[in-house]
Design a binder for this molecule. Structure first.
Ligand code: SAM
Length: 187
């Protein structure tokens, strides 16, 4: 079964945690990653990898010493991601707001990049706030939180955390078209 069909089947059951019916296009996936300096990235975290639409491009670009840690709550996606069988990939069946505790278990206290496709606007407010705050906490200074969204509705909340250090882009070649926020941790 193709990734698209698997994604659609899960979306029918879990639209409130998926937020869409189809995986990200290659155009959106590549745009999400295009400002990452992979040669200097030792630890990258992906929140909500789904069927791995963005994950596979991250893995293609990882430097040999780097690791990618994915947080996914959907059982079927969690199982499917294991088929990627990549030695630098760690897949956690854990919710994104647990990022600090889960990384501590791996002896990791700081990360360089967080790539998120979480449907932040439909996640309950107190949980999405916790995700943003804990992600900020674990990012290194000048580390980046990169998020896509289908509207600008979350801009204000991101600004509360990242202040003026946010840039915005638009990718039309995706269903639906998406905005990309690049948020830098400046302390
Ligand atoms: C819009 S889909 C994105 C999937 C994929 N990254 C893509 O771009 O095609 C959102 C994903 O976030 C996952 N998700 C939702 N809430 C989550 C949470 N609190 N922690 C971790 N993953 C979550 C969903 O199960 C789903 O796989």
């Amino acid at each position: 079964m193709s990734s698209r069909i698997k994604f659609l089947k899960e979306a029918v059951k879990n639209i409130k945690t998926l937020g869409t019916v189809t995986p990200s296009s290659r155009f959106l996936s590549k745009r999400m990653l295009r400002e990452i300096n992979f040669s200097n990235a030792d630890v990258i975290v992906e929140l909500g990898p789904g069927t791995g639409a963005i994950t596979k491009y991250i893995l293609d670009n990882l430097s040999p010493k780097a690791i990618l840690i994915c947080f996914e709550i959907n059982d079927n996606f969690y199982q499917q991601l294991h088929k990627l069988e990549h030695p630098q990939l760690i897949i956690l069946k854990a919710s994104a707001e647990k990022i600090v505790d889960e990384l501590k278990k791996l002896q990791i206290h700081q990360v360089n990049y967080i790539i998120s496709s979480l449907p932040l606007t439909i996640i309950p407010d107190e949980i999405s706030s916790e995700i943003l705050e804990r992600s900020f906490e674990v990012l290194e200074e000048n580390g980046n939180f990169i998020q896509y969204q289908y509207s600008l509705s979350y801009f204000r909340k991101l600004k509360n955390v990242y202040k003026e250090s946010i840039s915005l882009e638009f990718e039309p070649l995706n269903i639906p078209p998406a905005f990309i926020y690049r948020c830098k941790k400046v302390v």
